[in-house]
Design a protein around this ligand. Sequence first.
Ligand code: CDP
Length: 199
Amino acid sequence: MLIAIDGPAGAGKSTVASAVADALGFTYLDSGAMYRCVALAELRGAQDPLACAIELGRQVTLDGEDVTEAIRAPEVTARASEVAARPEVRGQLVALQRKMICSGDYVAEGRDIGTVVAPEAELKVFLTASPEERARRRAEQTGVDPGHVLREHEERDERDTTRAHSPLEPAPDALRVDTTGLSIDEVTHKIVQLARAVR
Ligand code: CDP
C-alpha cells in the first residue's frame, strides 16, 4: 500500500508522514531529501551531481557521507527548489522513488507523489496550512525569524507551483487537509484512520 502526502513548504509533511509510517509499520520516504542531496552535491562542485549515490534511512548519505544535517542548510534548501525544476533531475529521482515504493508499504511525501510519482496511490493527502502558521512552525524548529521563513517559503512555493515540469498541485482525487490549528497527533490520527478505511 502507498500513502502519498504532498503540499507546500512547512505544511508538516515530514513530521506527519513519518508519524503515520510509524503508526502503520510502513516505510517513510522523504523525497525532498533526494532533491536536497542533488543540490548539496552541486553546491560542493560535483562534476555530475546526479551520479552521486543517495541513501535514505535513519541518516541521509551522499556517496557514503552522512549529510542528514548538511542538507537542511538554507542555501541547500534554496538550491533544492532550483534543481527540482530541471526535467533531467526529476526524471532520475522519480525513477528511484518508484523503485523504492514498489518494494513494500510506504508513506511517501513531497510535491508530486500523488500526481506524478504514484498516481495509483491508495490514499492521497494534500497537506496545507496558512502561510503564517507554516512559517511559525518552521521558525520554531530552526530558530530562524518567522518573517524571514515566510519570505523564503513564498519564494520556494512560487517556484514549485509555477515550474513547467511536475508543478506542486493537488492530485484531482487528493484529500485536502488544512492543518492550521491542528496538532501533529490530530493530523496523524486522521490520516491513519483514512488509511485503515481504504486498506
Ligand atoms: O520540508 P520542506 O517542505 O521545506 O522541503 P522538502 O520537502 O525537503 O523539499 C525541498 C524542495 O525540493 C522543494 O522546495 C521542492 O522544490 C523540491 N521537491 C520537489 O520538487 N518534489 C518533491 N517530490 C520533493 C521536493
